[in-house]
Every structure is written in structure tokens, then in C-alpha cells.
Design a protein around this ligand. Structure first.
Ligand SMILES: C[S@@+](CC[C@H](N)C(=O)[O-])C[C@H]1O[C@@H](n2cnc3c(N)ncnc32)[C@H](O)[C@@H]1O
Length: 741
């Protein structure tokens, strides 16, 4: 166990002690605690607890995991209809339906899992409040979200116990907390402060908002402009306040609200440059490129001298072209993905000839609407939500969310992704249907998404959808991963970036994949790996059958809530345990032989490959022999070293046929080399086809060599997403493998 693994191990042990202890406290459900701390005691303890957390964060250890209660929906009762409740009426581990609790922060807030502050109610009783999924510190400081003296209204408060004498109100749904301005009539007089919110005119608020914008304090600007708008301004003042607020909404990624403030689509009563360009930007970020382009065209004809507008028009036209044609400059995509941190690319989604349809026994699935060829682009999709793992994954303190009910947990990047998704949906409710249409297992959650004219986003529903639809991957690009894979002596790195792609999510699992996914930053590229007839359902691996055995795959599928009935899994079920054990034994023996220095003679490994092959009864075109792939490639490599091209061809041919390919001409006959039917495509076939290319070349069959290279490039395109980088990675193939004849 290395130092990093030790940290992980220690972290898990501490987590177990913590959650076991917590479980005991949670048994007090329904109790009204009588040992709540006073405001003064709470203030002192609060600081101490915060400092422990800061220490833990500095040492990159975990102090306080987020323990999630049994899922409960967000409040969808209008605030005005909720009854006031006080702290002393609250019962432990209970959500107080139909009520609202008015609180004033008596300390500054800090980040301890969520944003935490000590608060007091109108009777002077105190408890901490924790609000989850608010903006991260680099976007908005905790003290700006909930400063000392701030007043909030918690809808249907959930009161929880976190330790002996320690209780707090938790807010899991963003819409369950209302931040009240000091002049809000719901704020008791004693809690009001003259210093804040004292502007008298709409214009004064506009100026205050403008000042905040200049300091990049966009949230404060929104508050100021909104306060101005509440003072019944004139039409001109309203126009200016809205246009300015639209800018602040854009900068805080609230694109729906920004669009609304621009009076899109007719921009009445007063079309303006600022209003139109802000509308075009909001539409751009909402992925509505055609509408964005129309606004930009109108803008450019009305304001022909604006260079910026011209540039924006070209940008949106480029996106429209990508969206409609699926033609991308992949070389540039690779460059952008390497340079940008995070690698979220400014590109549009292309949805090719595919459609969501019912897939009996699997819910819905993605199907091709017309016949396609192996290698064809089916999707080039931008992530709906994406989190890029830091290069040094141990540079951060671990974060974890544990469900008390199921003991399931999500960690680090997945926690970040969940929070990003919740905020994205909350701030852009027009995107909610796209996301909530994704599968959410048996969890229904809240299906009403609006209350008091604002969105209500069910955190637990978002989490459920995320866990069933998330894709994780190893490196920023599949290309970087492939370079690790083909570079001798390079350890394959793992970054654990993750995201949600709302169209690719409809692709069901199949061990017998007919499409491959590849990543370039936050773009997922899906290509056919076989020639497919119209109406074929697409399938790719959730769990790679080459890197897992049947039992591991089944356990993984169980987590997703399904059983795989592909021919590979069915064959594994029908195979005797003794045969499975024999395969394992042979595989281990082969692994040991392959690792020897000097290399084991090819014929010894061939014998094992043959014995392994004999354990299969079904034809390889029906049940591919996944255990044989790497072994046969090793044998082909050994014949490369011994400069026996016909043996190289023989073993490349065996490798292809044992994975379900139907091929011709991988021998010394005069038959032209061709793939008649594609099998289970995977990364190592790039190398295999390149060995075949060289073998043909050495045997004086240039046309077959060219064909083999074409296939190598095609497989590269399927697994990397593009083939522009092919030469750069594999140009030195022959020298790298000792093919210098
Ligand atoms: C990412 S979603 C795929 C789309 C999903 N079928 C839908 O209707 O939205 C993953 C879920 O699809 C289902 N699924 C995926 N592959 C399956 C398979 N091979 N057999 C049965 N169900 C499958 C499981 O319910 C799984 O949790």
C-alpha cells in the first residue's frame, strides 16, 4: 500500500467510525431536544469546529463527510401559505411540512461540507444551519451568501442531530431557502439594519448595481437591480435596470433569467444593442444556436459598425455548422482540450442519424434511423454537466456524500458534478426537462419544478439521475489515454473526470458493443464500430469485458439495476465452473510466461492460447473469446521480433477472428485482405492492424498493406474519436516494435 492508498484507507476507516456513531444519534428521530446550546455556546463551538475543518482541509484529510438523510422532496407550497415555526418546536430527523422558520445568522458563515453558520430564531433560540449545493467559494464567497446578520427563511425545515447536544437545520434543496433583504416586510423590525438597502430611488439602485458589476460582484449587482425594479421605476429606468441585470445574470450563468430581462424575442419597447447582444449570448449558452444566430444577424444589420457583433455572429455560425453537419476541426479540438483548464470546449453538439425509442426490457434506447458504416460519426455531444479532475488528484481534501439509508456514497468529482448539475438546473429551469427525462431508476422524486415563480429542483432526484447516467473517464482526452497505453513503460494514468451527456445516456449497455465512445475534453464522440442496418439499437460497455471477468461485470450491472443477456454473458452463465477455472489457470500461466525476460519462445505461449481456445464451444462470431485477445497479440509481437511476417499475419488473423471479426486474406494466399464483418473493436486492434500492414509490406503486398493501414486508422478513429492524430501517435510503429527488416 503506497502513501496515497494509506490516506484513502485511513479516510474510509474514519468515515465508518463517524457514520456508525451518527447512526446511533439518528435513532432519536421525533425527539424535541432539551439540551440545545445557547447562542453564546454555539458561537464558541462553531469556531472550534470550523478550525478543525480548516486543519483537515490543509492536511488533505477528511473532517466532516456529508451524511445525507432519507431523500425528501423540496417544498412546493408557496411561502405565503407556510406557517411560522420556531426552533423549540422542531423535532429531530424530521422535515416540518407546511412550515417556515425565520433565522438570523449570528456568526459569519464557513464552508464545512455546506455553508454553515450559527443562527437564532425570533425567540432567541439558537442552532446551526447548513445549506448544501450553494455556489463554490471561487464563484461566491460563503460570507457573501450568508453573512453575519443575514436573515433567511427556511421552508419546511429539516432538523437533524449531528452529535450529543449538537443539532442543526439542514437545507438540501436550493429552493428551500429564501434570502431576505433587510427591508423585506417579513424581517422583524429588531433585525433590520439601516445601513443596508437604504437607497431611495430605482436609479440609485441602478448605480449601485453598476458599481458592483465593475467590481465583478455580479450577485450583489443582481440584488441591487432587483431592488431598483421593485420601486416601480419608469419605462426607461426599467429598460436600463433589466438590461444591466441581464449582464449580471449572464456572468452568473443564469441564462434563462438573462434572456427574460432582454425582452427577447421582440425586444420591445426599446430594441437596443446591449439587449440584443445579451439575448444572443444567453441563447448561445443555452445551446439555441439557430435563435442566437438570428438575433446576431439582426443586430449586425442594425448596428453594422460593431466589430464585436460581427465576431460573435461568426462564432455562432460556426456552432450552427457543427450542429447541422457534424464536421469539426478535430485537430483544434485536441489542442483546445489540452490547453483549457477545465477542458470545456466551445463547440456545438451534433446528433447524427439516431433516435430514442423503446428498447424492450431496457426502458428506452438509442437506435440508428438509417444504415451506417463502421467508423461513422453518430454523436459528437457536449456535456450537459462536466467536472474535470485535477491533475494531482491528491491535491484536494476528499469530499464524500454518504447516504445513511443505503450506505452508498459518492466522492470528490462526482460530488462536484452533482452540485454543478443542481445549480445549473436551478439557474436555468428551461433545461430541467432534458435532464429529468433521463432514467432515474425507481426514484420518482419531485415532479413539480416551480414554486413562487422560481424553480424547485429536487436534489435527490438530480443525484439519482446523475448516478445512473454519469460517465467517468481516465484522461482529459482518449488520445492522451491511448498515448499512455501504447507507450512502453508508461503507467496508465487515471484522472476520474466525469460528466453527463444527455443523448449518449440513452445508449444501453451491451458487452457486444456496436459503438465506441471517446472523449475530447467535455465532448463525447460516439462512432459505429460495425456496419449497422437501419433501426439497430446501439450498445456500448458500461463495464469493459476485457478488463473485468463475468462476476465483476454482473456485480457492476446489478448496481445499474439490470442483468445483461448478451451472448457473451449467456455463454458465461452456461459454462461449467470447472471450465471458467481452467481458463483462469491458463490465463495466469500465460501472464507469467509473457512477463519473462528473456521472452518466452512463441510456441510455448501458442500452446496455452490453443488450450484456452479449446475451452470455448460456441463459434467466436457468436461468442467472442475475450481472454485470447491480448495473448494472441503478444504472440504476433514475438513473430515481429523474429521477423516472420507470415506468422505475424496468422496471429493477427487469429486475434481478429477470435473477437468475432470475419476476415479474408490474413495469410499467404492471394486473397485480398478485407474485413467482411467487424467484431468486438477495442484499442489493441490499432496495433494489430499495423503489424498486419507491415507484414504485408514485407511480403510484397502493398495494396493489402494499404488496406490494413486503413483499418488501423479506422479503429483509431473509433476509439480516439478522430484520426487526425493517427500519424503523430503511430508514425513510428515499425521502429517501436522492431520491424526494421
Ligand atoms: C444510462 S441509462 C440507459 C437508458 C435507459 N434505458 C433509459 O430508458 O433511459 C442506464 C439504465 O438503462 C438500463 N439498461 C442499460 N443497459 C441495459 C441492458 N443491457 N439491459 C437492461 N437494462 C439496461 C438500466 O436500467 C440502467 O440503469
Amino acid at each position: 500500500m503506497n502513501a496515497q492508498e494509506l490516506v484513502q484507507q485511513e479516510f474510509l476507516e474514519r468515515l465508518k467510525i463517524y457514520s456508525d456513531g451518527l447512526r446511533v444519534h439518528k435513532e432519536r428521530k421525533g425527539e424535541r431536544p432539551t439540551d440545545r446550546k445557547s447562542a453564546e455556546e454555539l458561537e464558541c463551538g462553531f469556531l472550534e469546529r470550523y478550525l478543525t475543518h480548516v486543519d483537515a482541509a490543509r492536511d488533505k484529510t477528511l473532517a466532516f463527510p456529508v451524511v445525507v438523510p432519507i431523500p425528501y422532496p423540496p417544498c412546493i407550497t408557496p411561502v405565503a401559505e407556510l406557517k411560522n415555526v420556531t426552533m423549540r418546536e422542531l423535532r429531530l430527523e424530521t422535515r416540518h411540512k407546511g412550515t417556515r422558520l425565520l433565522l438570523k445568522a449570528i456568526t459569519q458563515s464557513h464552508r464545512i461540507g455546506g455553508i454553515v453558520a450559527a443562527t437564532q430564531d425570533t425567540r432567541g433560540d439558537a442552532a446551526a444551519v447548513v445549506m448544501y449545493h450553494q455556489q463554490p467559494e471561487n464563484v461566491r464567497r460563503a460570507v457573501d451568501i450568508l453573512g453575519k446578520g443575514s436573515v433567511i427563511l427556511v421552508k419546511e425545515p429539516y432538523f437533524e442531530v449531528v452529535g450529543p447536544g449538537q443539532y442543526r437545520i439542514r437545507v438540501d434543496h436550493l429552493s428551500d431557502v429564501v434570502f431576505l433583504e433587510k427591508n423585506d416586510p417579513r424581517v422583524p423590525k429588531a433585525w433590520r439594519s439601516k445601513a443596508l438597502g437604504s437607497e431611495k430611488t430605482a436609479d440609485a439602485y441602478r448605480l449601485k448595481g453598476n458599481e458592483a458589476v465593475e467590481q465583478n460582484k455580479f450577485w450583489e449587482a443582481i440584488t441591487a437591480y432587483s431592488a431598483g425594479l421593485s420601486l416601480k421605476p419608469t419605462a426607461d429606468e426599467t429598460g436600463a435596470l433589466c438590461r444591466n441585470r441581464a449582464l449580471a445574470y449572464l456572468r452568473t450563468r443564469q441564462y434563462d433569467a438573462a434572456l427574460l430581462d432582454t425582452c427577447y424575442p421582440d425586444f420591445l419597447p426599446q430594441p437596443s444593442y446591449n439587449g440584443m447582444i445579451r439575448a444572443a449570448e444567453a441563447l448561445y449558452h443555452l445551446g439555441r444556436f439557430d435563435e442566437s444566430a438570428k438575433v446576431m444577424q439582426k443586430l449586425c444589420s442594425e448596428f453594422p459598425n460593431h466589430e464585436h457583433a460581427q465576431g460573435q455572429l461568426e462564432r455562432v455560425q460556426a456552432r450552427l455548422s457543427e450542429q447541422q453537419t457534424g464536421v469539426y476541426d478535430f485537430r483544434q479540438l485536441q489542442i483546445d482540450a489540452t490547453k483549457l483548464k477545465p477542458p470545456t470546449l466551445d463547440r456545438a453538439t451534433y446528433i447524427g442519424p439516431v433516435e430514442v425509442r423503446d428498447a424492450p426490457g431496457k426502458g428506452r434506447g438509442l437506435f440508428v434511423t438509417k444504415a451506417v458504416k463502421a467508423g461513422d460519426l453518430l454523436l459528437c455531444e457536449k456535456a450537459f454537466g462536466y467536472v474535470h479532475a485535477p491533475e494531482d488528484k491528491y491535491a484536494r481534501a476528499p469530499t464524500i456524500m454518504v447516504h445513511m439509508e443505503t450506505d452508498r456514497a459518492i466522492m470528490n468529482e462526482q460530488v462536484d458534478l452533482l452540485q454543478a448539475l443542481i445549480r445549473k438546473l436551478y439557474h436555468n429551469p428551461s433545461l430541467i426537462p432534458t435532464f429529468t427525462s433521463l432514467c432515474h431508476g425507481g426514484y420518482e422524486g419531485q415532479t413539480t419544478f416551480e414554486v413562487d415563480g422560481a424553480p424547485a429542483v429536487d436534489t435527490f432526484l438530480v443525484e439519482r439521475i446523475m448516478t445512473l447516467n454519469v460517465f467517468g473517464y481516465w484522461r482529459t482526452t482518449s488520445l492522451a489515454d491511448h498515448i499512455d497505453f501504447v507507450s512502453p513503460n508508461t503507467k496508465r494514468e487515471q484522472d476520474h473526470s466525469c460528466g453527463v451527456w444527455t443523448t449518449a445516456s440513452y445508449i444501453n449497455h451491451s458487452c457486444m458493443n456496436n459503438v465506441e465512445r471517446a472523449f475530447i475534453g467535455d465532448m463525447m464522440i460516439v462512432r459505429a464500430t460495425k456496419d449497422l442496418d437501419a433501426d439497430t439499437e446501439l450498445g456500448f460497455w458500461y463495464k469493459d469485458p476485457f478488463r473485468s471477468n463475468f462476476a465483476q461485470r454482473q456485480a457492476d450491472h446489478e448496481e445499474w439495476g439490470f442483468v445483461c443477456y448478451c451472448s457473451l454473458c449467456e455463454d458465461a452463465r452456461a459454462t461449467e465452473t470447472s471450465t471458467i477455472d481452467k481458463r483462469k489457470e491458463l490465463w495466469l500461466e500465460a501472464e507469467e510466461l509473457c512477463g519473462r525476460i528473456p521472452p518466452t519462445p512463441a510456441y510455448e505461449i501458442e500452446q496455452i492460447a490453443k488450450a484456452l481456445d479449446d475451452t470455448y464451444t460456441q463459434p467466436a462470431s457468436k461468442v467472442p473469446r475475450v481472454e485470447l485477445r491480448d495473448l494472441l497479440l503478444v504472440i504476433a509481437r514475438l513473430y515481429v521480433i523474429s521477423k516472420e511476417p507470415s506468422k505475424v499475419l496468422e496471429y493477427v488473423g487469429k486475434m481478429l477472428t477470435s473477437l468475432g471479426f470475419i476476415i479474408h486474406g490474413a495469410d499467404t494466399s492471394s486473397t485480398r485482405f478485407a474485413v467482411e464483418q467487424w467484431g468486438m473493436v477495442a484499442e489493441p486492434f490499432v496495433e494489430a492492424f499495423l503489424h498486419a500492414r507491415k507484414a504485408f509490406e514485407v511480403l510484397g503486398r502493398p495494396e493489402d498493406a494499404e488496406k490494413a493501414k486503413e483499418y488501423a486508422k479506422l479503429v483509431f478513429k473509433m476509439v480516439i474519436g478522430e484520426d487526425d492524430s493517427f500519424e503523430a501517435v503511430h508514425g513510428d510503429h515499425d521502429t517501436r516494435f522492431g520491424w526494421v527488416c
